[in-house]
Write a protein that binds this ligand. Structure first.
Ligand SMILES: Cc1nc2ccc(C(=O)N[C@]34C[C@H]5C[C@H](C[C@H](C5)C3)C4)cc2n2c(-c3ccccc3Cl)nnc12
Ligand SMILES: [Mg+2]
Ligand SMILES: [Zn+2]
Length: 347
């Protein structure tokens, strides 16, 4: 693996003060993006320790520290798909495991829980700020590697994760038995591939089925569906936070989308409306995304785990604000002003 992590950084992380006990770190109202960037690796260590993974899976602390720093280094400086996104996704997985008692109540084995957190950390490694359709449309190197199987970016994130696990002194799974090791890699693959929204859309009917019928802990298909739902929930965790986070996320995502659209135009192909800065209405697209994807998913989750209902209300409230923004957007766009700056000046 070509990246290098300095041993002094590994030592610094091992000595990080774990006494910055941020209040409410293990509650759903906590926003992981408020953690100082330089403290994020320390908080990842804290999550592994707090979930008892270090003891249970005999993970050597310096191996875990090195692994975390390699994963962090594996992310690029994209507007949205960067290390802070990965940290926020992993934090939501931590919240689900802690608040829903997923292992204690038999929704997840202890191995599945360990791989769940690792999958979230690694799920977007080396993202370039362009999506799967861009890879295929523009014939990138990643498309030539993976487009025949689909989920091009997700297969690349998985390959990069495997590279890090195979890097000297980074294999956090080194003390698993050979059966546990092969199960862990299988779970890592399923979890990371599940973050391709196209595959989420394909499994929506099964998810409704599992939610309606009630979850059967002994049915392996049910487990796979539930874990895929968890991965997408974590990937969309910004939608469960306050309006400011939801707005900031939209700015970052559409910054990426519009740059991809600009790139596609410069290559002579027309971008879809969502990626075309001349045509896209962000509030409209946000209302659609929340209505068609985020709410149905978290409503299903709240059906299985009623304590998540309070999060559904937060998502509905954020959608209401985007709806108001749409109206503002329409009114001011007739006057030539973009509603976005009015919106951004909103409290
Ligand atoms: C706020 C918000 N809006 C988002 C609006 C749109 C899309 C998006 O990829 N749409 C689709 C729409 C159809 C069917 C498939 C494939 C393509 C064609 C593109 C999906 C994602 C959005 N998204 C994500 C997110 C989650 C997982 C991966 C990447 C991203 Cl960016 N996280 N937050 C957001
Ligand atoms: Mg992704
Ligand atoms: Zn992601």
């Amino acid at each position: 693996y070509h990246m290098q992590v300095e041993e002094e950084d590994v030592q610094a992380l091992l000595n990080c003060r774990d006494d910055h006990n941020i209040k409410d770190f293990d509650t759903f109202s906590f926003c992981p993006r408020t953690v100082p960037y330089r403290h994020m690796p320390c908080y990842v260590l804290k999550m592994f320790a707090d979930l008892d993974f270090i003891r249970r899976w005999k993970i050597r602390k310096n191996v875990l520290a090195r692994f975390i720093l390699y994963v962090k280094k594996g992310y690029r400086d994209a507007p949205y798909h960067n290390w802070m996104h990965a940290f926020s996704v992993a934090h939501f997985a931590y919240l689900l495991m802690k608040n829903l008692n997923l292992v204690r109540d038999g929704y997840m084995s202890s191995l599945q829980a360990l791989v769940f957190l690792v999958s979230c950390l690694c799920h977007d490694i080396d993202h370039r700020g362009t999506n799967n359709s861009f890879q295929t449309k523009c014939g990138t190197i990643l498309a030539s590697l993976y487009s025949s199987e689909g989920s091009v970016m997700e297969r690349h994130h998985l390959a990069q994760s495997m590279c890090i696990l195979n890097t000297e002194g980074c294999n956090i799974f080194e003390n698993l038995s050979s059966e546990e090791y092969s199960e862990a890699l299988d779970l890592l693959r399923n979890n990371i591939l599940a973050t391709d929204l196209a595959s989420h859309f394909r499994s929506v009917d099964e998810q409704r089925e599992v939610t309606k019928e009630g979850y059967d802990k002994n049915n392996p298909k049910n487990r796979k569906i539930l874990h895929a739902m968890f991965m997408t929930c974590c990937d969309l965790n910004d939608q469960t936070k306050n309006w400011r986070v939801s707005k900031q996320t939209a700015e970052q995502i559409y910054d990426e989308f519009f740059s991809q659209g600009d790139l596609e135009k410069s290559m002579g192909t027309a971008p879809i409306e969502m990626m075309d800065r001349e045509r896209a209405s962000i509030p409209d697209l946000q209302v659609q995304f929340i209505t068609n994807l985020v709410l149905p998913l978290f409503t299903n989750l709240a059906t299985l785990f009623p304590s998540m209902q309070s999060i559904v209300h937060i998502i509905e409230r954020n959608r209401e604000i985007w709806r108001i923004a749409t109206a503002v957007f329409q009114k001011y766009s007739e006057k030539g002003m973009t509603g976005m700056d009015i919106l951004l000046n909103a409290h």
